[in-house]
Design a protein around this ligand. Structure first.
Ligand code: RIB
Ligand code: CA
Length: 319
């Protein structure tokens, strides 16, 4: 299990491809990735909203940050299951709650999978960072098995010790359990930011105010998005005081690994269960004979320090 990249100031930024379904928290992952990684490209997948919406939202975020990063559109549905979305959390657009500009144009291509394969063959050592259903990543690994030894690893948001879309399964893995199974069994470095971690990282009111206090248009837009996102979370949960800001964790796992506590574990994905499909089965047995670990399971985060990283990244682009 290779450790996450060094974050020493002299080290070059980690090259990543962010595969996402914006999505309020995906949008923040884009900001952090733009600030702290070499963001080779953004690929989009159906998830929080239909593919057309997640792609539109990714382009809007790219534009707001004034990046040259290409956005490639990918799978409009899971490998074998129908497309299902999360308008009840993110709104019909996938990023409700703010006055967003029109996208500057179409995606660079509609072949995210082919672009991922070509890019990772041309340049080894890229981290794949999926923060939505893992359909694109699974399709790339299945079409090009050599990618498993060419990429640096996969740092994903998904899974965990409890579910959100069902009692057993987290939304990204619930959408496409078969894709998640391909990813979790691909054999290379794997970092999991699951719900047991990301629910420790909430957009609390005072944290949103830190963003709203920043100058510039981007901070105003993102604080409006945080307000909407948190309102849906607090209206649906008994004991949550702000939206769980899931997706930036998968990026910070690479850029700021010291924020986290972690355990190596063997993690498998349930794909057959009528009630448990998409569940991450994390082997926590205290036995000498358990399957070898395949996953770096992030278990804790310094939430205040992590939030400061988000605020500083937003400040960098908010003018
Ligand atoms: O379950 C949370 C995950 O599902 C996050 O990535 C959110 O953006 C949605 O994709
Ligand atoms: Ca997401």
């Amino acid at each position: 299990m290779s450790p996450a990249p060094s974050t020493s100031t002299s080290a070059p930024p980690v090259p990543i491809i962010l595969d996402c379904d914006p999505g309020h928290d995906d949008a923040i992952a884009i900001v952090v990735a733009a600030r702290h990684t070499e963001l080779v490209g953004i690929t989009t997948v159906a998830g929080n909203a239909p593919l057309s919406s997640t792609t539109r939202n990714a382009i809007i975020m790219r534009d707001l940050l004034e990046l040259a990063t290409p956005v490639h559109s990918g799978a409009n549905r899971p490998l074998i299951r129908p497309a299902r979305h999360a308008g009840y959390v993110h709104g019909a657009s996938g990023m409700d709650g703010a006055d967003l500009p029109e996208p500057s144009g179409p995606p660079a291509s509609h072949d995210a999978v082919g672009w991922i394969i070509e890019t990772c063959r041309q340049r080894e050592g890229i981290w794949l960072v999926p923060t939505g259903p893992m359909t694109n990543i699974a399709l790339a690994l299945r079409a090009a098995p050599d990618l498993a030894s060419r990429i640096a690893g996969i740092s994903l948001m998904g899974g965990g010790t409890f579910g959100n879309r069902t009692a057993a399964a987290e939304f990204n893995l619930w959408c496409d359990p078969e894709a998640a199974d391909i990813v979790f069994s691909y054999g290379g470095p794997l970092i999991m930011s699951g719900l047991d971690l990301t629910h420790q990282f909430q957009a609390l009111p005072h944290r949103i105010e830190m963003v709203r206090a920043l100058p510039g248009h981007l901070a105003a837009v993102l604080s409006d998005l945080f307000d909407f996102f948190s309102a849906t979370y607090t209206s649906r949960h008994h004991h949550i005081d702000g939206a769980a800001v899931h997706d930036p964790c998968a990026v910070m796992a690479l850029t700021h690994p010291d924020l986290f506590t972690r355990r190596l574990a063997h993690v498998e994905i349930e794909t057959q269960g009528e009630r448990t499909a998409g569940m991450t089965i994390i082997d926590q047995r205290d036995l000498k004979e358990v399957p070898d670990p395949n996953c770096d399971w992030l278990t804790g985060i310094d939430a205040d320090a992590g939030w400061q990283i988000i605020v500083d990244a937003i400040a960098h682009y908010s003018r």
